[in-house]
Ligand binder design. Structure first.
Ligand code: FPP
Length: 249
């Protein structure tokens, strides 16, 4: 990867990340610092998301994956969980048509069985509405746990082996990846976590084996297009070697 010294994005497609993943963190602290209730942070976080989606489309990023709600988030106070569930519906009511017009396919990933029925139905409606779009995949991780995803993949393959459909010797990395929610997708090139936290929090553990990480102290509701541009510019200054000494292609 060619190095550059400023914060501007290098426009050549080969140097842009094809898949960006974002842990949308810091909504609660953003609100608390302003003396507001946490849920207002989540609502502003929803508005911030629109900007990142738009920029990704403008730059022809192929896949955007956002962490909207983890499996562990179900343990938050009932009121906050209910608010976040309603926010998913509100988000789709507000943004679905806009996403559709931009050629974006909505693809939820996670333990969707845990969701309230009406939330799940609303998501399924958005999925089928945007199913034929091919300009960008928008993975929304809801009720998501990467360890659970990996365990589920192991179960799927084990069940196939138990019925004789699959020889255990044929399980390789590609086969395993095909049993994950992200089956058929390229791995994230860039993972962004705002809010000053520097951990992966059970997000895309398998898929991020060679992902470049970018951290910033900005809270998610304040994360705008210029912040995403800075993250991409930082990515473009990295040298990706995938464990080798040089990369020829
Ligand atoms: C983490 O911040 C954020 C969440 C648990 C929710 C993220 C949801 C949105 C941004 C809403 C928009 C998305 C969709 C698809 C509806 P936190 O609450 O853990 O913040 P804190 O660490 O400051 O407490």
């Amino acid at each position: 990867m060619v190095k550059q010294n400023n914060n501007k994005i290098h426009p050549e497609p080969l140097q842009l990340p094809r898949h960006i993943a974002i842990i949308m963190d810091g909504n609660g602290r953003w609100a608390q610092r302003r003396g507001l209730l946490r849920h207002l942070g989540h609502r502003h976080g929803m508005d911030a998301l629109r900007q990142s989606v738009e920029l990704c489309r403008e730059l022809n990023v192929e896949i955007l994956t956002v962490y909207a709600f983890s499996l562990e988030n179900w343990k938050r106070p009932r009121e906050e969980v209910d608010f976040l569930m309603n926010l998913v519906v509100e988000y789709l009511d507000k943004e679905e048509e806009n996403l559709h017009r931009q050629g974006i396919r909505i693809n939820p990933i996670g333990e969707l069985d845990y969701l309230p029925l009406q939330v799940r139905a609303r998501i399924e409606q958005a999925v089928s509405h945007t199913a034929a779009n091919s300009d960008m995949i928008f993975n929304i991780a809801i009720s998501y746990s990467s360890r659970r995803e990996i365990v589920t993949a192991a179960r799927i393959l084990a069940a196939q082996a138990a019925t004789g459909c699959l020889d255990p010797q044929d399980i390789d990395e590609e086969r395993f990846a095909s049993a994950l929610y992200t089956s058929g997708q390229i791995d994230p090139d860039l993972m962004i976590r705002p809010s000053g936290e520097q951990r992966i929090s059970n997000f895309l553990l398998w898929q991020s084996a060679y992902t470049e990480f970018y951290y910033t102290d900005i809270f998610w509701p304040d994360f705008g297009k210029k912040d995403l541009q800075a993250a991409i510019a930082a990515y473009q200054r990295r040298e990706r070697r995938y464990g080798q000494l040089t990369i020829d292609n």
